[in-house]
Design a protein around this ligand. Structure first.
Ligand SMILES: [Fe+2]
Length: 149
């Protein structure tokens, strides 16, 4: 039985108005809280870059990568524990997203245009990550009665 959600076209999100919506919930409070924190960090990185605080933006980006790496590891352990059948369907896009975010952080020290492009792509990467990776396990978690939010 497949538990995948059909691919959807990419929603349009404002560059400066990225907010949490209930549709983003994966049904696991711990992971939803991590995702909310990622959104806050992306917003704070953008604000720091707007103020030309590259050092601050880099610190926040380091925190983002640390959180995202730990989060991805915890999600993989959780999915294997509950017997989710397509773990790689979730983890491969996550790992690609982390690699891309790491590359984009390196652009913060370059010119402003590159930094602006980098933060926009980081936000879109996160949306892709939620919609193409994490959302795949939402219906499985629910079907197992493991949703806690
Ligand atoms: Fe996640």
């Amino acid at each position: 039985m497949a538990f995948m959600v059909a691919a959807r076209s990419r929603p349009v999100y404002g560059v400066t108005n990225m907010e949490w919506h209930e549709m983003m919930s994966v049904g696991v409070a711990e992971f939803d809280e991590d995702h909310k924190r990622v959104i806050v960090l992306l917003t704070e990185i953008h604000e720091a870059l707007d103020l030309r605080q590259v050092g601050r933006a880099s610190e926040l980006a380091a925190e983002l990568l640390k959180l995202a790496t730990a989060h991805t590891e915890r999600e993989e352990v959780f999915l294997r524990r509950i017997g989710f059948p397509d773990v790689e369907l979730v983890t491969n896009p996550q790992k690609e997203s982390l690699t891309r975010i790491t590359e984009l952080v390196c652009q913060f020290d370059q010119n402003t245009v590159a930094a602006d492009d980098a933060i926009l792509e980081m936000r879109l990467s996160f949306i892709d990550y939620l919609l193409s990776a994490d959302i795949n396990y939402k219906s499985y978690v629910k079907s197992k009665g493991l949703s806690d939010c």
